[in-house]
Write a protein that binds this ligand. Structure first.
Ligand code: NDP
Length: 441
């Protein structure tokens, strides 16, 4: 039965290659699990239903530039699964956004959210709008127009969007500002809000910090120490900069950050001062090549994977950034661990290379779940009209990342070690699957 499902997925989603890859990767873990528990026809039918979004919304967003000229983009929200709670997942503003990208992200989000142990469903959304090169006023007008459409489909107990690529603090502020005006309500819908207007402490840092907490757990499990480990990181946005920052705090050595054009590198390790400069530079949508570096920091064109040697590799930019040949280079360079900060950054062939070589491999669903975990905590604080201190949120984040790690170990343990891909897929799946059964879905 399982094989037939795989074949039908391959045929059905030939034109949505990212969504197809996400489904095939997931089925690679879940079908053997269902076989091991003697699942029947009804179970496989429920599995098939789980792979279809509950609702997909597409809308037109018309906005006006600074010269008074009108433009339009497409806006999307994929409400994938609400068995465990309100749909929850980020909004991405990038020219590459389409139905395929958002279905793959929304599907992965279901299990990531389930792994946190919080009552959250899974969804994703965004637009093919490019915030790069736009003025603040243009971004604000776009966000207001986007929210004018999205507002009717979201709410604190229905669907709670957050940020993602191209949607940072500025965009969340404008989106929530528009939501509040349109609804005449302050109910916390949207997470990643500014701390001054009911956001949570640590939400900005959460994905990057959480990834490092998870990496620490993986290394402890393998009886290794994070201190002194050298790490190559891709990306220079929210996730990447906070991974680098937390690595320094934990005694490890971040070596690089990258963007679409190139990367900065210091063989002695990037400093907190430089990371802060990157954050400010990227907030202004600058390119790394224009960042004034010095003190052993060099700028190079291209990607980080083939040339830089390290113990740990952390992709934190975008999907499918590590191909088979990159993975082979990473293995040749002596990697101990690869942890996915971005969503589905490794191709299926690359993951196989890591697993065959015995490199510790942490999949995105588990590694980058810290962001949505603190988003869940932000929802709780908003619902209770409370504001928790930084230490309290950070402590809860550490606890959740440990809980996710323990779940991966429970479902992924085998004679040779831990299969974190299987552990994360099955660990997330069991809750959602059980809930769907009890809800009669
Ligand atoms: P940001 O927009 O803050 O940063 C994205 C970074 O990735 C930038 O440095 C950008 O370069 C680079 N990048 C984007 N697209 C490409 C590309 N096609 N090729 C090379 N580099 C690229 O995004 P986030 O840091 O928030 O997100 C990064 C990843 O982490 C995404 O996969 C996202 O889905 C995932 N994620 C994010 C979470 C969050 O809380 N923010 C939570 C969980 C996962 P440039 O500056 O040139 O644009």
């Amino acid at each position: 039965m399982g094989e037939n499902i795989k074949i039908s997925i391959i045929e059905r989603y030939q034109h949505q290659s990212l969504f197809q890859s996400a489904l095939i990767e997931f089925l690679g873990s879940v079908i053997p699990y269902l076989e091991s528990i003697g699942a029947g026809e009804e179970d496989y039918a429920r599995l098939e239903r789980l792979m279809v979004p509950e609702r997909m919304i597409v809308f037109k967003v018309v906005w006006e530039d600074d010269k008074g000229k009108f433009h339009h983009n497409l806006g999307y929200r994929v409400q994938f699964n609400s068995a465990l709670g309100p749909y929850k997942g980020g909004l991405r503003f990038d020219p590459s956004v389409n139905e395929d990208v958002l279905k793959f992200l929304g599907f992965e989000q279901i299990f990531k959210n389930a792994l946190t142990g919080l009552p959250l469903g899974g969804g994703k959304g965004g637009s093919d709008f490019d915030p790069k090169g736009k003025s603040d006023a243009e971004v604000r007008r776009f966000c207001t127009s986007f929210m004018t459409e999205l507002v009717r489909y979201i709410g604190p107990n229905t669907d709670v969007p957050a940020g993602d690529i191209g949607v940072g603090g500025r965009e969340i502020g404008y989106l929530y500002g528009a939501y509040k005006k349109l609804m005449n309500r302050t109910d916390g819908t949207l997470t990643g809000k500014g701390v001054v207007y009911s956001g949570s402490q640590i939400r900005t840092e959460a994905t990057g910090y959480g990834a490092v907490y998870f990496i620490k757990e993986m290394l402890t499990q393998a009886q290794r120490d994070i201190r002194g480990m050298r790490a190559v990181i891709s990306g220079s946005g929210n996730v990447a900069t906070h991974v680098a920052e937390k690595l320094i705090q934990e005694g490890a050595i971040p070596l690089s950050l990258s963007d679409r054009e190139g990367y900065i590198y210091n063989e002695n390790g990037l400093t907190q001062e430089l990371i802060d400069a990157v954050k400010i530079h990227k907030e202004k949508r600058g390119s790394l090549k224009d960042l004034l570096v010095g003190n052993d920091v060099t700028y190079h064109e291209g990607a980080v994977w083939q040339t830089l040697k390290a113990d740990i590799y952390i992709p934190a930019a975008t999907q499918q950034e590590i191909k088979k040949e990159d993975a082979e280079a990473i293995v040749r360079n002596g990697a101990v661990l690869v942890a996915e900060g971005s969503n589905m950054p490794s191709t299926a062939e690359a993951v196989e290379v890591f697993q065959v070589a015995g490199v510790l491999f942490g999949p995105a669903k588990a590694v980058n779940a810290g962001g949505v975990a603190v988003s869940g905590l932000e929802m709780s604080q908003n619902a209770m009209h409370l504001h928790w201190a930084t230490e309290e949120v950070d402590e809860k984040l550490r606890f959740i990342m440990k809980h996710i790690h323990d779940t991966c170990v429970h479902y992924g343990k085998h004679e040779g070690g831990i299969d974190y891909v299987k552990g994360a897929n099955v660990g997330g799946f069991v809750h959602v699957f059980k809930a769907m059964g009890q809800l009669g879905w």
